[in-house]
Design a protein around this ligand. Structure first.
Ligand code: NAP
Length: 526
């Protein structure tokens, strides 16, 4: 049994008191314990502000980019070992583990390149500004500088590697030190990631710290230059948003929470067409990858009423081929849920959807017989497809995120109805639409975009080239309105904004240009 430690103020520290136990969700065997009792987390925040922050701010974007590149490289070197940890503590298949770990190294590599592109600067300038009065000398321009505080990152259990890396990459490039707290139940992978970074990435003291275990007093001393980025359940997000320190000191907060992501089959997509097949492929992948424990997984599938039966049969056929079992085995496509708590929540969630008017058309909420697993062990559930024939009445389907391999198939009447149904989810991370019809796509985008952080447009010409809707790329924003938390992460350079203060500079154009090392051009002669 491993005792996880936190990496605080430049050293590994173990908590005291009664620790939490991490288990292997396939066998239910305990594998590690961790605690933060007795650790001074407020001192870790102060260490970041006073030691890590100045060190990072002294570096140029290019230098920070080089540091982030090292992080990506040293993690990639231990990729296989990290995959094994993910299988053991997360119950992921090898392919699911790669999704998390390669997502981590890939996002770090992306922000490393961005750092190189931003070059020798230490602040960012928005455009070249504009003349503010009748005098062409009096100029206004917006600049962005790193905040002087610490970025506290609180992550969900489902992406222990990517969650740590995607947030850290952006904050560190912006010049802000990080204290990262992974979810306790799957913290072993984040702990191994951090071990490797401490050992081989040559990070400045105080730039990155890790808290393994309960949050303790982590958020009590947040101040006006600090930021808090949270990923997890909407209820936890609402609690954090209302914390006294956050409210009283205007702590900037970003929340990535629940999301009832939708897939919409366009009215033109005939069964058997490439566009139709794309919806089937994406839906099955999104339902079963990481056992449906992805914030971007498809939860609601809307199809023209005329195609409801056919889509149901086609999805059932594909879901039936998913082998559930020991994720370490090559032939297994879907492992267990991450914990006993998640299993109970998924079963209760399926009950709720049924009570709301949906009925199961594939799979069951009960026991499965997982392949290669000792009888009665593990937190397994089968893929479950439900169907709600009266989607406007089945409210829980639009309001309750079942965080497992569960989706509900529903009919819509016309494009406007599809958009209304998606909107019942009150804001999501990603919506995928499958159509080759320009008018339908325009109507769907106008109806859906205000409710979606991202829209994947599936169509015949890109059917074999497109990424799956659940894949979060560092170049595109990740986040969504309403229920999804109202936040935004990543999105290339946009992601840095959260960690930087935008300041409007007003003054002598030539002086500002010289002082800040900027090129501020006067307007071109008419
Ligand atoms: P969770 O229970 O809300 O936990 C998330 C994190 O918050 C964990 O690190 C947890 O620590 C911590 N936490 C809980 N209570 C806290 C408190 N009072 N103060 C400070 N930290 C606290 O969520 P989860 O079960 O890990 O994740 C599942 C949810 O996350 C799903 O609803 C899913 O939709 C959402 N999610 C969203 C995204 C996205 O990008 N939008 C991505 C992934 C997941 P402990 O583990 O130590 O309790």
């Amino acid at each position: 049994m491993i005792t996880l430690r936190s990496y605080l103020q430049g050293r590994w520290q173990a908590g005291t008191g009664s620790p939490a136990t991490l288990v292997d969700p396939t066998t239910e065997e305990p594998i590690a314990t961790t605690s933060t009792a007795g650790l001074d987390l407020a001192a870790a925040l102060e260490h970041a502000r006073t030691v890590g922050g100045p060190a990072l701010r002294a570096m140029t974007f290019a230098e920070r980019g080089a540091m982030i590149k090292r992080m990506s490289k040293v993690l990639y070197e231990v990729r296989d070992a990290l995959i094994d940890v993910s299988i053991q503590n997360g119950g992921t298949t090898r392919s699911d583990a790669k999704f998390d770990i390669d997502g981590a190294t890939g996002t770090l590599a992306y922000y490393a390149s961005l750092g190189q592109k931003l070059g020798e600067a230490r602040l960012l300038v928005e455009g070249t500004g504009e003349q503010l009065t009748r005098s062409p000398r009096f100029w206004g321009v917006h600049v962005k500088t790193p905040r002087r505080g610490v970025a506290v990152h609180v992550n969900a259990f489902n992406f222990p590697a990517w969650g740590l890396a995607e947030k850290a990459a952006v904050a560190l490039l912006a010049g802000v030190p990080v204290v990262s707290k992974p979810a306790t139940s799957t913290a072993l992978l984040a702990f191994r990631v951090m071990e490797r970074l401490v050992e081989a990435a040559d990070l400045p003291d105080g730039a990155l710290q890790l808290v393994c275990g309960e949050p303790g007093n982590l958020l009590d001393t947040l101040g006006p230059q600090d930021v808090l980025a949270f990923t997890g359940a909407g209820s936890t997000g609402a609690h954090l948003r209302a914390l006294q320190a956050v409210v009283a000191r205007s702590v900037r907060i970003n929340i990535e929470a629940d999301s009832l992501n939708s897939a919409v089959l366009g009215p033109d997509a005939e069964p058997g067409s490439d566009t139709y097949m794309m919806l089937l492929r994406d839906t099955v992948r999104e339902m079963t990858q990481k056992t449906g424990q992805k914030c971007t997984a498809t939860r609601r599938v809307f199809v023209p009423r005329a195609h409801l039966e056919r889509v149901q049969e086609d999805l059932r056929e594909q879901l039936a081929s998913i082998k559930v079992g020991d994720p370490a085995l090559e032939e297994v496509r879907m492992g267990p849920l991450a914990s006993a708590q998640q299993l109970a929540a998924v079963r209760a969630g399926i009950d709720l959807l049924e009570q709301s008017g949906a009925r199961i058309v594939h799979g069951s909420r009960g026991k499965v017989e997982p392949f290669g697993v000792p009888a009665g062990k593990g937190y397994f559930v089968s893929p479950v497809l439900l169907r709600a024939d009266d989607p406007h009445a089945a409210r829980a389907v639009h309001e309750h995120e079942v965080f497992g391999p569960v989706a509900t198939l529903m009919p819509y009447e016309d494009v406007a109805d599809a958009a209304r149904l998606v909107a019942l989810g009150e804001g999501g991370l990603v919506t995928s639409v499958y159509t080759d019809d320009r008018a339908a796509l325009e109507a769907l985008v106008l109806g859906l975009a205000p409710w979606s952080g991202r829209i994947l447009c599936g169509s015949s010409k890109i059917a074999d080239q497109a990424i799956a809707p659940g894949l979060v790329l560092p170049s595109c924003v990740h986040g969504g309105p309403g229920r999804a938390g109202g936040g935004e992460e990543l999105g290339g350079e946009r992601g840095l904004d959260f960690y930087m203060q935008r300041t409007a500079m007003q003054g002598d154009r030539a002086l500002l240009a010289r002082a800040l090392g900027l090129t501020l051009e006067p307007p071109a002669e008419a």
